[in-house]
Design a binder for this molecule. Structure first.
Ligand SMILES: O=C(O)CCC(=O)c1ccccc1C(=O)O
Ligand SMILES: [Mg+2]
Length: 312
């Protein structure tokens, strides 16, 4: 099998505002840009605290590869390296796309890429800062906002939430992302409040830690407000398992860490899952590949989580 010249380089960039979640504070995005054959750019952007490999594991994998890489090697990247699976497969797709265009393959050149699904959600800053910032984002055209919870004391967050829901327009949608940081009782409390208020709460994302699948299943059956799994379905094998175990709520899919795009596409086409696609704060290279999947597979009424201007 023919090999393609392979090269890689790591990058670092700082967030405009650090991302504050129940997992801690995130200042700098680090990842790897890979280069395959002719014009095959790809990106490996792991988030180990979210369930992917670490950056170091991804770098070690790149370092042990030969200078020429075959398709067989790309399709045998192990499931323990999901961000690498995404990076290598999307680089290969990108390379083939260019090669086919050079060959003037009419079947490919006459079918342009589908447009990115438009409405995107935007992250609000954590805490009280959300109260001043939603207006700026509204003016930029965002109609779905996402706010992190499970970061501060629940009483404080409920107070801010109350103000926020009174302030935002009634047509705005709000997503609450707990990043697995709530207790069962806190999750019940949030869900009850979301059920009771008139605001448009689209869902609560990952209320409980990854291990508490059956509790989240139970909560999703007890309240009207929807629950979206995120950390619980970070990678494709996890996604498949939650589906098999009966999750029919929302699935957040982050293509950058989910694993093989081919297998992800196949799974989504075979099963009618309610999918919300979301970024992993990758660069433009990973973003294009992830948006391609989002355009194909995203549920119709779900804004994608690919807000921009997260970086300096
Ligand atoms: O999903 C979105 O709307 C934006 C992306 C996002 O929030 C995110 C990005 C990287 C890591 C974790 C998360 C998260 O959903 O918790
Ligand atoms: Mg999330």
């Amino acid at each position: 099998m023919r090999g393609y010249r392979f090269d890689f380089r790591s990058y670092r960039r700082r967030f405009l505002q650090p991302l504050i979640t129940s997992h801690g504070v995130w200042h700098t995005r680090e990842g790897i840009i890979i280069y395959l054959g002719n014009c095959g750019w790809g990106e490996i952007a792991p988030i180990s605290w979210f369930g992917s490999e670490t950056l170091e594991q991804a770098l070690d994998f790149c370092r042990q590869l030969p200078a020429e890489v075959t398709e067989e090697m790309i399709f045998s990247v192990p499931d323990s390296l999901p961000a690498c699976q995404f990076g290598f497969e999307s680089a290969l797709t990108e390379m083939k796309r260019w090669r086919n265009q050079e060959d003037f393959n009419p079947s490919l050149t006459s079918s342009p890429l589908p447009p990115a699904p438009c409405p995107s959600a935007s992250l609000l800053p954590s805490g009280e800062a959300a109260l001043n910032q939603w207006k700026r984002l509204w003016k930029q055209g965002y109609r779905t906002f996402k706010w992190k919870i499970g970061v501060d004391a629940i009483a404080k967050e409920l107070q801010i939430f109350d103000l926020l829901t009174q302030n935002i327009p009634s047509t705005a949608k709000l997503r609450l992302d707990a990043n697995g940081g709530l207790s069962y009782e806190e999750a019940q409390r949030w869900l009850q409040i979301c059920d009771d208020i008139p605001a448009n709460i689209e869902f609560i994302e990952q209320p409980l830690p990854v291990g508490e699948f059956s509790a989240m299943l139970e909560l999703s059956n007890s309240f009207q407000t929807a629950i979206a799994l995120d950390e619980s379905v970070a990678t494709l094998p996890q996604l498949e398992k939650c589906w098999e175990q009966g999750w029919r709520g929302i699935f957040v899919i982050k293509p950058g860490i989910a694993g093989s795009p081919t297998r992800l596409r196949q799974f989504c086409q075979e099963n009618q899952i309610d999918a919300v696609f979301s970024s992993v704060f990758e660069t433009e290279i990973g973003r294009q590949a992830a948006l391609q999947l989002a355009a194909e597979l995203s549920s119709q009424n779900r804004a994608i989580g690919f807000g921009i201007n997260y970086f300096l």
